[in-house]
Design a protein around this ligand. Structure first.
Ligand code: FAD
Length: 423
């Protein structure tokens, strides 16, 4: 799978987007260096879901065995009503999903998924050149004196030059600012509580035991707020994400430590099982202000391009932010992998053409769900619940068929990966 002529790529940011891109580019024979500001590579202690559009890409990158070792598979996606937990919508996942989309819907601990990607990047036996990883490397400037060899400059003055530079440095992207793109950041007015609740506590309580009996991806809808939860590591933890109106304190700080009591109190009057579940959280509850980016199709300048949250940060109301970054990575690798060093700028343009509209639609759809999930009880909520009960294909303007099929890919491994038959 080596490219016709190898060249070098520097990626700023070693999150899930940057690491998927590093692996995909490596497999195309490109020399990749990743610069990460954190002292160690890793991810926060929380869960993550990959729908088939992202699972297909990860599997196509040769990670099947590793992902099978760390995933948890939900059997359905369930929507419940806040007051009484009544089921208002159910979408089959599990085998039904694999049959329909040729790829699974899986849950993981973020650190496990990040670890699989990192290991594959540096595996000496993997295809393509081993990825060079640098931690403790905060990029503060770009040197584009030679436009054909952009360089990332770290705060301690080190210079990393390459033929292409990718900013995968997250929602508050420095690279984005350094190439002069507009400020598209928006505050949603909401925040997310995140917690990992020990599965054994969930299993021991008759009120919450049902969460162990069948693994599901669950969303509770209620006025002004919703709650998402699913099991990871085969039931070791229940991953909880509670989205509620943001407090001034969290809005200002972006992130804050919280307690189980705050989490429980954020859902007053909800079904008793919600309090039973949330009260089992330990001291590791965190709250995050939810920012997103306005849709903007400009993702590049010369030989510098953006990927992931840096260009299309979205509300997590479709669980698609990292998954869209993985789609970016696959398309970027296809385009850079089939060009020579002289064609890189055009290849980046093709990458943006293939991805910006698609990711923009997902950004908009995720924002729509903020309204759709949070209707107060009344006619609009009743109409929504009726729609969900009748069966549906997606909540917003984009259908699950469109979303989970993903951006069309040309690479026979990535685009046509078929979980049912591949080994
Ligand atoms: P990041 O993960 O933010 O990574 C950026 C990296 O760049 C970081 O490691 C950072 O340290 C580094 N960095 C930043 N600045 C610099 C610098 N100047 N120099 C060097 N390094 C730098 N998505 C899904 O697909 N599925 C889900 O289930 C899901 N659930 C979510 C739940 C919640 C509550 C939230 C908030 C988001 C969720 N998302 C989900 C979205 C997902 O987490 C993000 O979209 C995804 O992590 C973005 O990946 P990224 O690599 O673009 O950016």
């Amino acid at each position: 799978m080596a490219s016709t002529q190898s060249f070098e790529v520097v990626i700023v940011g070693g999150g899930l987007g940057g690491m998927t891109a590093a692996l995909a580019l490596r497999r195309r024979g490109l020399g990749v260096t990743v610069l990460e500001q954190a002292p160690q590579f890793g991810e926060i202690g929380a869960g993550i879901q990959t729908a088939p559009n992202a699972s297909r890409i990860l599997l196509g990158l040769g990670l099947r065995k590793q992902l099978e070792a760390i995933h948890t598979e939900p059997q359905d996606q369930v929507r419940r009503r806040w007051k009484d937990g009544g089921i208002i919508g159910l979408t089959q996942l599990g085998d039904a999903c694999k049959q329909r989309y040729n790829a699974p819907y899986w849950h993981y601990h973020r650190a496990d998924l990040h670890g699989v990607l990192t290991d594959a990047c540096v595996d000496p036996d993997g295809p393509g050149p081993v990825v060079e990883l640098h931690t403790g490397s905060t990029v503060t400037a770009l040197d584009r004196g030679n436009p054909g060899r952009p360089a990332a400059v770290t705060e301690d003055g080190r210079r990393f030059e390459a033929d292409v530079l990718i900013g995968a440095d997250g929602i508050r992207s420095r690279v984005r600012d350094l190439i002069g793109l507009p400020d598209t950041l928006r505050f949603s007015g909401e925040m997310a509580f995140r917690a990992l609740i020990p599965g054994d506590l969930i299993a021991a309580d008759p009120a919450t035991r049902f969460l162990m009996d069948r693994f599901q991806s669950t969303i509770w809808y209620g006025p002004e707020r919703h709650l998402v939860h699913y099991m990871i590591r085969g039931g070791e933890y229940l991953n909880v994400v509670g989205c509620v109106p943001c407090t001034d304190d969290v809005a200002e700080k972006w992130t804050a430590q919280a307690g189980a009591d705050e989490l429980v109190n954020a859902y007053p009057g909800w079904d008793d099982r919600v309090a039973a579940m949330l009260s089992k959280a330990k001291d590791d509850v965190m709250s995050f202000a939810l920012y997103h980016r306005r849709r903007d199709p400009v993702w590049m300048d010369g030989r510098v391009a953006l990927l992931g949250d840096a260009c299309h940060a979205m509300l997590p109301y479709q669980a698609q932010g990292a998954s869209q970054a993985m789609e970016d990575a696959a398309v970027l690798a296809e385009e850079l992998g089939r060009t020579t060093v002289d064609g890189t700028e055009l290849a980046l343009r093709r990458y943006v053409d293939r991805r910006a509209k698609h990711a923009g639609m997902v950004q908009d759809a995720s924002l729509q769900n903020k309204t759709f999930y949070h209707y107060p009880d009344g006619p609009r909520q009743e109409a929504r619940d009726e729609l969900l009960k009748r069966g549906f294909d997606g909540e917003s303007d984009v259908s699950y068929d469109w979303l989970w099929s993903g951006t069309p890919l040309n690479d026979p491994d990535l685009g046509a990966y078929d979980y049912r038959f591949a080994r």
